[in-house]
Design a protein around this ligand. Structure first.
Ligand code: DC
Length: 229
C-alpha cells in the first residue's frame, strides 16, 4: 500500500527528526519541504535578489534544480548540483526564509514539485507547514507536531551549538518567535492545524517517544486498511 504521512508543525517541534526516524526505521522516503524553501532563499541571497523583485524570482524558479538525495543514510540537499545541506541551516538563511516562503509564486512552484514527488516514491513522509492542509490534504495520516516556544528554541540552540554556529539562546528564541508569527499569518500556506490532524505536543516528551507515538498511528492505519480490504 502506498502511504503518505504528512507532518506539519513549527520550527523546533521535532518534525524533521521524527520524519528522519520514519525514513530510517520504517523505510519511508523522507521529504523535507522546508529545505526546498531554504534553497530558494539561499539562491536569492547569493544573487542579491530582493523579496519584491518578481521578475528575477520568476527567473530563479524556472532555472533552479533542487534535489533531496539520500546517501549512506544521510539526506543531502543539492541546489543546482551543489551540496548546500549545511549552508541552508545557517543564520542568514534562517532569517530570510520565512518571508521568502510567503511569496505566492514561490509557494505555487514548491507545492507543484512536492505533489509530483508522490509519483516517484513508495511510502513517503513529508514534513513542512502546509502539507496536511494544502499539499496533501487527503494524506493517509496527518499529524501536527508542536512544543512550547521555549522548548523549541532550546532544541534549536543545542543543534546550532553542536554545528559550531556562533549564536545565543536569546537570539534563537527571537528568531523562532519571528518565524512562528510570519509562518502563521501568511496569506497562502499558513501554518495551521488541519481539522482532522492528530495534534501531538511533545514539550516534555522525548524524541524517541514521539517517534513511537507516530509509529503506533502508522501501524494502526495499516491494520485498519488491511481489515477493510
Ligand atoms: O522547516 P524549516 O524550518 O526548515 O522551514 C523553513 C521555512 O520555510 C519556515 O520559515 C517555513 C517555511 N516553510 C513553508 O512555508 N512551507 C513548508 N511546507 C515548509 C517550510
Amino acid at each position: 500500500m502506498l502511504m503518505i504521512v504528512a507532518i506539519d508543525g513549527p520550527a523546533g517541534s521535532g518534525k524533521g527528526t521524527v520524519a528522519r526516524m520514519i525514513d530510517e526505521r520504517l523505510g519511508f522516503t523522507r521529504i523535507d519541504t522546508g529545505a526546498m524553501y531554504r534553497c530558494i532563499a539561499l539562491k536569492m541571497l547569493r544573487n542579491d535578489i530582493a523579496l519584491e523583485d518578481e521578475e528575477k524570482i520568476k527567473e530563479i524558479l524556472s532555472n533552479t534544480n533542487i534535489e533531496l538525495k539520500k546517501e549512506n543514510g544521510e539526506l543531502y540537499v543539492l541546489l543546482d548540483g551543489e551540496d548546500v545541506s549545511k549552508e541552508i541551516r545557517k543564520p542568514p538563511v534562517n532569517s530570510f526564509v520565512s518571508p521568502v516562503s510567503s511569496i505566492k509564486i514561490i509557494r505555487i512552484k514548491m507545492v507543484d514539485l512536492q505533489r509530483a514527488m508522490k509519483d516517484k516514491a513508495e511510502n513517503i513522509v513529508m514534513e513542512g507547514r502546509d502539507i496536511t492542509t494544502v499539499v496533501f490534504p487527503d494524506a493517509d495520516i496527518k499529524i501536527y507536531l508542536t512544543a512550547s516556544l521555549e522548548e523549541r528554541a532550546r532544541r534549536r540552540y543545542e543543534e546550532l551549538k553542536e554545528s559550531s554556529v556562533d549564536t545565543t539562546y536569546a537570539e534563537v528564541l527571537e528568531s523562532i518567535k519571528a518565524r512562528d508569527e510570519n509562518d502563521m499569518k501568511k496569506e497562502m500556506g499558513a501554518l495551521k492545524v488541519a481539522k482532522d490532524a492528530i495534534v501531538l505536543d511533545n514539550t516534555s516528551v522525548s524524541i524517541e517517544d514521539t517517534f513511537l507515538m507516530v509509529k503506533k498511528i502508522i501501524e494502526e492505519k495499516v491494520r485498519n486498511v488491511g481489515r477493510s480490504n
